[in-house]
Ligand binder design. Structure first.
Ligand code: ZN
Length: 104
């Protein structure tokens, strides 16, 4: 949880300022490297990029190419399994909720 004080100015307010807008647009079109897979993409594309097949494949290959010890690989795999299990639980909860909503 962040405790940053909310400014009364909204993003939209700032966006009215041409200088801010230009800075922001430059910032968003800056090319950055994806830390997980090593691909270069613009900042505004990053979140989308992280959901792509290419990213997933490259990220997996990168892990395998890092020549980790079997122990490290096993740890990584069990971490992934934990995350997936949590995710599945969430999906189950969501489905249950939807079922209950359908009954109403
Ligand atoms: Zn990536």
């Amino acid at each position: 949880m962040s405790s940053i004080k909310k400014s009364s100015k909204t993003f939209k307010d700032y966006y009215q300022d041409p200088k801010f807008r230009e800075r922001h647009l430059n910032y968003m079109s800056e090319k950055v490297k994806c830390e997980d897979c090593g691909r270069i993409t613009s900042r505004c594309n990053m979140s989308k990029h992280r959901g792509t097949e290419i990213h997933n494949r490259l990220a997996k290959e990168k892990i395998l190419n890092e020549k980790k010890s079997p122990k490290e690989l096993r740890e990584h795999a069990s971490q992934e399994i934990e995350l997936l299990t949590e995710y599945l639980d969430l999906l189950h909860q969501k489905l249950k909720l939807l079922d209950e909503l359908n009954k109403l």
